[in-house]
Design a protein around this ligand. Structure first.
Ligand SMILES: NC(=O)c1ccc[n+]([C@@H]2O[C@H](COP(=O)([O-])OP(=O)(O)OC[C@H]3O[C@@H](n4cnc5c(N)ncnc54)[C@H](OP(=O)(O)O)[C@@H]3O)[C@@H](O)[C@H]2O)c1
Length: 273
């Protein structure tokens, strides 16, 4: 398959209001002169980013505020983003996490985790893949799913979050197998820790800070993600340490991996947990 080209075409990025998604959108505009559709709940942040990208890089940007836990918003994201234009690349990056004792995750919050990290990603991946396969799509488009190393091992204190990302790892690589021969690339991006709002919100930032072993900056991580996406790589793990743990964990029994993640994450629990 030819390299993915984003210049002058539209890329949709979910979760573009902060962290990795915001840096991915900046890279698409700055280094590829790609047009963008930006999706997240915080409209003010999307508008500020859109203004920056139009001013500095002269690209076209549409903001599509949406709550991806709501099925009607997820449908609207596909329909409005493709109305009167072709989307050439879809970066499905929005995600939320839960960190803490598993029994502290209530059913309603679990459903939101599942809707954001799995159901909306599945729906949008299916719709955008079909859109990219249409005869007038021109061929050569791509979909990137932002997953996590948490999906490659049993994640004590992030058990449900890890489960959502395990779905993306399996689904994304298999979908790529089916679509590759038809000219549509699927990349699963599998980072370890990234210094973003996610760690602040979930509490893992209590222990893991920027500069700690394996923690990456969002812009550095975005660069690796986009490089892998453009090169049509199927499963991209950024950073030498993350690659090493991805490799070594294949040989560790799952129960030993669960004990290891318990030791690593116990220190990030709130005092008294
Ligand atoms: N940070 C890490 O250590 C880490 C590690 C591995 C993988 N990842 C993955 O990387 C991706 C990006 O995370 P990040 O680290 O950049 O975190 P972040 O800064 O918290 O960004 C998450 C993005 O998702 C959006 N989002 C969350 N819930 C949403 C909803 N219901 N509807 C629409 N948008 C929603 C947020 O926007 P709004 O709040 O404005 O809606 C935000 O733009 C996620 O899939 C995450 O699982 C992160």
């Amino acid at each position: 398959m030819k390299r993915l080209e984003l210049g002058g075409k539209y890329t949709l990025v979910t979760g573009a209001s902060s962290g990795l998604g915001l840096e991915l959108a900046r890279l698409v505009a700055r280094e590829h002169r790609g047009n963008l559709v930006l999706v997240a709940r915080r409209q003010d942040r999307l508008e500020a980013l859109a203004e920056e990208l139009r001013r500095e890089h002269k690209v076209e940007v549409q903001c599509l505020p949406a709550d991806l836990t709501r099925p009607e918003d997820v449908t609207r994201v596909f329909e409005e983003s493709t109305r009167g234009r072709r989307i050439h690349a879809a970066i499905l990056n929005a995600g939320v996490s839960y960190f803490g004792p598993s029994l502290g995750l209530g059913f309603e919050d679990f459903e939101k985790l599942l809707a954001t990290n799995v159901t909306s990603v599945f729906y949008l991946a299916q719709r955008f893949a079909a859109h990219l396969l249409e005869p007038d799509a021109g061929g050569g488009g791509g979909v990137m799913l932002v997953s996590s190393l948490a999906g490659t091992m049993p994640m004590t204190y992030q058990a449900a979050y890890g489960g959502t990302k395990a779905f993306l790892n399996g689904y994304g690589v298999a979908l790529g197998q089916e679509l590759g021969a038809r000219g549509v690339g699927v990349t699963v991006f599998v980072p370890g820790g990234i210094a973003t709002e996610m760690g602040q919100k979930s509490g893992t930032a209590r222990k893991f800070k920027k500069g700690d072993m394996g923690m990456m900056d969002a812009d550095e991580c975005a660069r690796v993600a986009l490089g892998g996406f453009l090169a049509r790589r199927r499963f991209v793990v950024p950073g030498a340490l993350n690659q090493l743990s991805d490799f070594l964990l294949r040989f560790l029994p799952r129960t030993a991996a669960a004990a290891m993640t318990e030791r690593i994450y116990r220190g990030a629990l709130p005092p008294g947990t």
